[in-house]
Design a binder for this molecule. Sequence first.
Ligand code: SAT
Ligand code: MN
Length: 581
Amino acid sequence: MKPVERWVRQMEATLRPDRVVWCDGSQAENSRLVEGMLKDGTLHGLHPKRAPGSYLHRSHPSDVARTEHLTFIASRAREDAGPTNNWMSPQEASERVFPLFDGAMRGRTLYVVPYVMGPLGSPFSKLGVEITDSAYVVANMRIMTRMGQAALDQLGASEDFVPGLHSLGDLSPDRRFIVHFPEERTIWSVGSGYGGNALLGKKCFALRIASTLAREQGWMAEHMLILELELPGGEIHYVAAAFPSACGKTNLAMLVSPFEAQGYKVRTVGDDIAWLRPGPDGRLWAVNPEAGFFGVVPGTGPETNPNALATIARDTIFTNVAVTKDGVPWWEGKDKSPPADLVDWQGKAWDGTGKAAHPNSRFTVAARQCPSMSPRWEDPHGVPLSAIVFGGRRARIAPLVFESRDWVHGVFVGATMGSETTAAATGRVGVVRRDPMAMLPFCGYNMGDYFAHWLRMGRALARPPAVFHVNWFRTDEHGRFVWPGFGENLRVLLWMIERAKGKAAADETPIGLVPTESALNWDGLGLSAAERQLLLKVDRSEWASEVPEIRAFFDRFGDRLPAELDAGLGALERDLAKVAV
Ligand code: SAT
Ligand code: MN
């Protein structure tokens, strides 16, 4: 018996399903699953002409986002999970969580979902096998990963796969746990059918488990989009950017160039996860391990992200959007005015108050449907990075863009990133929290060690990418966004590429290198001088007021905090205290 078969047998004994289905990923299998889900109400059909091949799923109202407080790292030693993760001992997981799987699939079907993260046949790809009792999860995994027979073929008789055990359980948040065992490279998830809680290839494997593998093996698993930027004359650059969930990674990855006619083109490689490794040429190479997009729907419109709109015009699974009586999906930001006959995300007639679509409603769609995909998006060796960008959602403080002085300073900038919380996770929205490298909910081990790993990776790179920080979300005194964002973000990317090539002017500030006003192209944006200055402003007293909070955050890591970061904070504090000349 192959190792994967042995594991499935063992799990069957606990789960006691009525039947077991090994998924082959075929079209015929998908059609059967969809048919069953239409019958039992898991899916609703949509308008055959205006949303062909697409379906709506309404999740349980208490199961609409990742639940970070129910997400655990079950390392043997508590210190290895670190202060930013919830920790559970493997023993406690066996006693408290495993019993929830006991008989959980009685009356249900157990689906075995073999999948590959990374392009098929790539030396950097990894295998996972998810056991689930959710047909919706199977259908989503088929879009998000290379799933089915191809994965089984790549696995063969190998033991080298990440087993992931998933059951909807009773969907109660009281009996919901998402547990990761970094030493065993195993995942258990019970009580949720939602996105990052249930599609185990994504956050659980490709970030939490993969980050621990990456640390051991000398690579990096990061919460980053990857985009391709072509300059006039054909020179090509790749940029990876880490923003927290629901802060515009998909929009940036699918940016439509406002300067297309002049030869500036942007294409998409990935929108959420990047696996990075040093290449033989000393550069950092990036692979998108996913095959699809699980993107935030609200705010996706013809102005903000026409490529995403085109991508989701067909063959898409919508989760928790609103819909018209005749089955046209709708969400806030799709167009100017909501149709008259809307049913909200919970299936109730919408009365025009509140949100029709859930703020964290999602689309699941195959990347190959996206008109802006780069021809290299499935390159087995990935693409070489010219720049890494960190970014958050900050109404105040952070300028539009700045560059770090070098890799070590770049790690400091990433480690001290702050961002306002969004609807992608349950809990309060709009509260500033430290979210280092946008990995706070996704780092599978002690984040102090993670910072040290970043520093180590820099030493392994002869030609490291330049590191930047952006903030598209600065507001004026009326609370309005000053920067237009979306396609215009290309202007900022172009400054970065110029900097990476050693050109383009910048002013030294205590936080890093900020573009001089004339170094950025403001043509046609209609921004006043005061607005331009606000966008580039570094206010010493505002930044000084962040220092104690950053210090308190760093203190939580104790002696696991690399000395370079402590020194970086000291240097920042000293620089802020200097009187500007
Ligand atoms: O639900 S997911 O974790 O997949 C989406 C996100 O929060 O980034
Ligand atoms: Mn994400």
